[in-house]
Design a protein. Structure first.
Length: 196
């Protein structure tokens, strides 16, 4: 896993996150909006705690393309919600991720958890059973916990200004969890503008 980038000059922004930040989907429009180099690295299926652990153990070559970013944007929480880790564990994971990111840049900003479907499909029966057990244990059986998790962490970039809810905007997602390519472009531009 390595950072991808678009734009030229010194790196203005490095987005670190889950699948929403993977495969350079945000880079081109982010670079255009910020008017400088915009990079991202994403870890599919990982919770905030797992991303923090991964960032700490990445070889220097993984982030070499990003250089020394002025601002780091943390885009995580979707997998914490989907896996029902619990609001307290999400908050601890994000604090850990923020601390890991501060070893790269002093300016670290957190994006509010994006809205997704409250009932994502599990890939296997085992993952469904695990998710159900965590939902019952950590989230008192609730399916829609995004608001509760959001309240557990101080954020710097408001997701609702980009997309106010999942309901009524389902067509902006390919699978209820991930944005369409066109929406990823819009979101990259939104993050680039927020980092100016």
């Amino acid at each position: 896993m390595v950072a991808t980038c678009a734009g030229s000059g010194p790196t203005a922004v490095l987005v670190i996150g889950d699948s929403w930040a993977s495969m350079g989907a945000l880079d081109r429009s982010g670079a255009a909006a910020v008017g400088a180099r915009f990079c991202s690295i994403g870890f599919r299926g990982r919770t905030s705690r797992q991303i923090a652990d991964t960032i700490r153990t990445l070889p220097p070559t993984a982030l070499a393309a990003a250089g020394a970013p002025r601002t780091i944007i943390l885009l995580a929480g979707v997998n914490d919600v989907m896996q029902h880790v619990g609001a307290d564990r999400y908050a601890a994971g994000m604090a850990d991720l923020r601390a890991a990111a501060r070893t790269i840049s002093d300016d670290v900003r957190v994006v509010e958890i994006p809205w997704t479907t409250p009932t994502p499909r599990a890939r296997t029966p085992l993952s469904w059973a695990k998710r159900l057990a965590h939902r019952l244990w950590n989230d008192q059986g609730r399916t829609d916990v995004t608001t509760r998790y959001r309240q557990a962490v101080r954020t710097d970039i408001d997701f609702d200004a980009f997309l106010p809810s999942y309901a009524g905007h389902e067509d902006r997602y390919v699978d209820g969890v991930h944005l369409t390519p066109a929406e990823h472009d819009r979101f990259g531009a939104y993050l680039g503008a927020a980092a100016r």
